[in-house]
Each structure stands twice: as structure tokens, then as C-alpha cells.
Design a protein around this ligand. Structure first.
Ligand SMILES: [Fe+2]
Ligand SMILES: [Fe+2]
Length: 272
């Protein structure tokens, strides 16, 4: 199976096992044309996107097993959407040269990490008595794909927004689970955190390559999907260190840190 075949398997098979399969892939260069953006990834009935809003469990309830499992179920759905978005990234852009191929190879490598994250979360909430699909799952990440038409937009959203914010979330929950004595879950968050630094760095280095004379901040802002602001690129704590390790410079980091809009005030504060 080559990169494109596996990306299609991820997107168009509804089975979780197919989406998460670890396959010995043929990674040779092949010219490909672009595939039309699917409106939704195929998902079997039990794990289909739902409009039903469920609230992320409050911090002070996370020592309770059912709330902890629910939080991990949220995180797992984020991973699965990331896997599906990255598979879409492999398919919707053509492969016309070596650089395009390299872009897709690095996406596929990242997909392998996201599969690992999904399984870490799922194994943990399974231990707590929950199956994937027991809670309804949202499609916020996936929904943004409709507005993404270039690779620069893709990585501005995926790596420098979603994955950058996940540095903050992973760090925050790593510490929180440790504080409540759950080292097992804390360690999962630590693994995700370490990998996420690398994922942010991958997006940052591609954007650096494409930005020409613009500085990274200007290029990033220009390429964010409509209605997505840099407030989405951070969580309830701000992890300077991870961003530095991902190769973001102080100017960029400070612009993210000090960026304010209604979103950061209204939504994120409720998560604490
Ligand atoms: Fe992940
Ligand atoms: Fe990631």
C-alpha cells in the first residue's frame, strides 16, 4: 500500500481498525493529482460526528473515573480528527515534485504518532470502562478543512494553531493528572507533549520555507482559515519552552501570548 492508498483507507473506511492500522508503506515517489475534498471522513455509526454539544469535564472532577474517561475520550477524538485531516492533506494536494512528496511523507510520519496517541488514550479510557463512541464526538477540527485550500493554510491551522495549543493542553493535563496521583495518565500526556513539540516544528519549518520575505507571524495570520484566530493557538496555560523547542522565535511566541480576542475570554476560561 502506498501513501495515497493508506490516506484513502483512513478517510474512506468507516472502521476504526482501518484508520489506525500500522502498515508497512511503500513510500516511493509517485506523481499524483489532487482528490476532491470529502465533506466528511467515513466513520461507522457509533463514532460519527454529532451536533450534540457535550461539555469538557471540569478540572475539579477529573479524579472521578467517568469524568477522566470522558476527558480522554475528547482527546482521542481530537487525535482521530487530526489523523483524518492529515490524510486529507495527503490527498487534496497534488504530488508534482520531490518537495510535494516530502510534505506528504512528513504528514504520514506524523499520522503514525497520532495513531499512537489515539491508542494510548483509548487504552486508558477502556481501562476506566469506556469505549470509543460512548460519548458523542464533535467535528470542529475537521469542519475547518472546507476553508483550507493551500498547504500554507493547512499547516498554519494544523501545526501552528491546533498542535501549538495542544502543547499547552498536554502540559496542563500532564501536571494536573500527576497532582491527583494518576501518573499513568500523566505519562500519556507527557508522551503526547513531547511528540507535539516535533509536530509544531515540522509545520513551522514548512511555513518558514514558503513564507518568502514575510515574517512568520504575518504569513501565519494571512493563512489562517476564516474565523480562526491566534487565540485558538493557545490553552489555559502558556508553554514557552515547548514553543522555543519547536523553533518558534520570541517575537512570534510573544505575539501569540499577547493576542486577545473574545474567544480566549469566553471559551477557554470555562475549561479550568
Ligand atoms: Fe497527537
Ligand atoms: Fe500532533
Amino acid at each position: 500500500m502506498d501513501l495515497h492508498e493508506h490516506a484513502k483507507q483512513i478517510l474512506f473506511s468507516g472502521n476504526l481498525e482501518d484508520k489506525l492500522a500500522i502498515i508497512d508503506l511503500d513510500t516511493s515517489f509517485k506523481l499524483t493529482s489532487s482528490v476532491e475534498k470529502p465533506s466528511n471522513p467515513s466513520r461507522s455509526k457509533i463514532i460519527q460526528f454529532s451536533n450534540k454539544k457535550i461539555k469538557f469535564p471540569k478540572k475539579h472532577t477529573l479524579h472521578e473515573n467517568d469524568k477522566k474517561a470522558q476527558a480522554l475520550h475528547f482527546f482521542a477524538n481530537h487525535e482521530l480528527q487530526a489523523i483524518e485531516l492529515m490524510a486529507a492533506g495527503i490527498l487534496i494536494f497534488p504530488t508534482e515534485n520531490e518537495a510535494d512528496h516530502k510534505f506528504k511523507l512528513s504528514l504520514m510520519n506524523t499520522i503514525q504518532d497520532e495513531k499512537k496517541h489515539f491508542l494510548l488514550y483509548m487504552n486508558r479510557f477502556n481501562e476506566l470502562g469506556v469505549e470509543f463512541g460512548d460519548f458523542s464526538v464533535g467535528d470542529f477540527f475537521w469542519r475547518q478543512l472546507a476553508k483550507i485550500n493551500t498547504k500554507a493554510e493547512f499547516y498554519s491551522f494544523l501545526a501552528l494553531t491546533l498542535e501549538a495549543a495542544n502543547l499547552d493542553f498536554a502540559k496542563y493535563y500532564c501536571e494536573l493528572f500527576s497532582e491527583i496521583g494518576d501518573e499513568k495518565t500523566s505519562n500519556i500526556m507527557k508522551i503526547v507533549y513531547e511528540d507535539e513539540i516535533r509536530h509544531v516544528a515540522i509545520g513551522r519549518s514548512w511555513l518558514d520555507l514558503w513564507r518568502g520575505n514575510l515574517d512568520l507571524w504575518a504569513f501565519y495570520i494571512e493563512n489562517l482559515p476564516e474565523l480562526i484566530t491566534p487565540a485558538r493557538a493557545k490553552g489555559m496555560v502558556f508553554d514557552h519552552e515547548g514553543r522555543r523547542k519547536a523553533g518558534l522565535d520570541e517575537g512570534f511566541i510573544n505575539k501569540i501570548l499577547t493576542y486577545r480576542d473574545d474567544f480566549s475570554v469566553t471559551d477557554r476560561k470555562n475549561w479550568k
